[in-house]
Design a protein around this ligand. Structure first.
Ligand code: NAD
Length: 473
């Protein structure tokens, strides 16, 4: 345990009420101790955020944005430290961790450039009606374990620029990078503007039910999202939910199988498949099905599965023991229902490693096709015609993202427009951009993050409707 981590409450780096171990998923062994908050510390964090709100929301927006820019600078200065810690707690290969940290400071900088928009709705005959946007108050930012740094910044950037204060609660298996960010916040921001607390999956409900929290910005599973929505109902909190997905890739019949297979493989295996918008099922024309599957099989064989700190590793471990057990259970089902042509099992070594797995000849109702596997496993299905494949893809309770691959971009775009999800990428994957809104359809979410619309999610639209005072008779 080489280093001490502290919670951030009211501008002070403080001990938790107790501690718990953080496991490196590449070894299965503890490598750090994390301070854990209890209900009293959670209440202190919310009270500090509430107390900081009047002065922070009254601070000129350009000054708030300048401080968000400074957070980005400090993150960049410590990028190597963040990336190495991220790989150790999360498992992703170091270059992917470096990319996440770089994109995180980029997200903060993007929000520092944005401003909530006001608009005049009527200005005639002395009647002036305008809409402007006010901050909400205390934001509870709750993040999952797959992208703990950038998903926190997607919330902190807009929350602060809009004038809110924040209590950040990371997932218990990846809390350390958030605590490191707390150290930066302690240097840069007035006390209470950001607070960082950690738990062992026991404080989320208290936070979302807390009467002094005005908004919950949640990223995580659909199952937990439903609980968040229910417990936020008590005080009609604003809620944004970024939830699970079961994104499909549709390969059209005018592509070269080797080209599309490479793109689809990368989109399925990035971060060991633990991405909300990872490609989780691929649909390929019957005429190229065998060739496409053969290409995927080869790519799986070439992947380097290893500790993310090892140079050349392309796929790291699954992030935690619970997820590891879940993926193995889905693999059992995949072996029973389909034809596993690559991988199919855990690696015989310490840590939570799963061999990159390709499953073909699997029916639509198999668990690996219908559920979010969140691991390095890709089921590949064949189809005959476009209407049929679109109906099969849309037959899902999820609707987060999706990809269409085709040489005729106009035709691929036509198909994209018929997919029931928040985003569809054509001939690219995960082109997430802080200036472009990102949101889920169906049970993949409510509200959204990023872009001007994402900034507005942290505001109340406020209407002022004025006329001259009429004289009375
Ligand atoms: P999870 O739902 O188990 O946990 C997410 C967070 O919620 C954690 O911080 C957890 O401690 C907290 N939490 C647990 N119980 C809670 C409760 N009752 N009330 C409030 N908070 C509670 O999710 P996970 O397993 O950490 O993450 C994986 C999931 O996240 C996947 O389903 C993935 O698709 C989804 N995800 C979605 C997006 C998106 O943008 N749509 C992005 C990344 C991940």
């Amino acid at each position: 345990m080489e280093r001490e981590f502290k919670l951030l409450i009211d501008g002070a780096l403080v001990d938790g009420a107790s501690c718990f171990e953080v496991i490196n998923p590449a070894t299965g062994e503890a490598f750090a101790s994390c301070p854990k908050a209890d209900e009293a510390l959670l209440n202190r964090a919310v009270a500090a955020a509430k107390a900081a709100f009047p002065a922070w929301s009254a601070t000129p927006i350009d000054r708030r944005a300048a401080l968000v820019d400074i957070l980005a600078d400090k993150l960049d200065e410590r990028a190597d430290e963040f990336a190495a810690l991220l790989t150790r707690e999360q498992g992703k290969p170091l270059p992917q961790a470096q990319f996440e940290v770089m994109a995180s400071s980029g997200t903060l900088r993007a929000f520092a450039q944005m401003r909530p928009e006001s608009r005049v709705l009527r200005d005639e005959g002395g009647n002036r009606v305008f809409e402007h946007r006010t901050p909400l108050g205390v934001v509870a930012a709750i993040t999952p374990w797959n992208y703990p740094v950038i998903l926190a910044m997607n919330k902190i950037g807009p929350a602060l620029v809009a004038g809110n204060t924040v209590v950040l609660k990371p997932a218990p298996t990846t809390p350390l990078t958030s605590l490191l960010f707390g150290e930066i916040c302690a240097e840069v921001l007035p006390p209470g503007v950001i607070n960082v607390i950690c738990d062992q999956n026991d404080l989320g409900q208290l936070l979302t039910g807390h009467p002094d929290v005005a908004k919950v910005a949640f990223t995580g599973s659909t199952a937990t999202g439903k609980k968040v929505m229910a417990s936020s109902a008590g005080s009609i909190k604003r809620v944004t939910l970024e939830l699970g997905g079961n994104d499909a890739a549709i390969v059209l019949d005018d592509v070269e199988p080797a080209v599309a297979a490479r793109k689809v493989f990368d989109g399925a295996m990035i971060n060991a498949g633990q991405v909300c918008v990872a490609i989780k099922r691929a649909y390929v024309p019957r005429s190229m099905y065998d060739d496409f599957c053969d290409e995927l099989q080869q790519l799986a064989g070439q992947a380097v599965v290893d500790d993310g700190m090892c140079q050349g590793a392309t796929i790291g471990p699954v992030q935690n023991a619970v997820q590891y057990a879940k993926v193995k259970e889905l693999l059992d089902d995949a072996r029973e229902r389909g034809n596993v042509i690559a991988g199919g099992s855990a690696l015989d070594r310490p840590g939570y490693f799963i061999a990159p797995t390709i499953v073909r000849d699997i029916p639509d109702d198999a668990r690996i096709v219908r559920e979010e596997q969140f691991g390095p496993v890709l089921p590949v299905l064949s189809y005959e015609d476009t209407d049929e494949v679109i109906a099969r893809v849309n037959d899902s309770e999820y609707g987060l993202g999706g990809t269409i691959w085709g040489n005729d971009v106009a035709r691929a775009t036509e198909v994209a427009m018929r997919i029931d999800s928040g985003t569809v990428w054509v001939n690219q994957h995960m082109a997430i951009d802080p200036f472009i809104p990102f949101r889920g359809a169906k049970q993949s979410g409510m509200g959204g993050e990023l872009g001007q619309a994402g900034l507005h999610e942290y505001t109340q639209a406020h209407i002022v409707n004025a006329v001259p005072l009429e004289p009375v008779a």
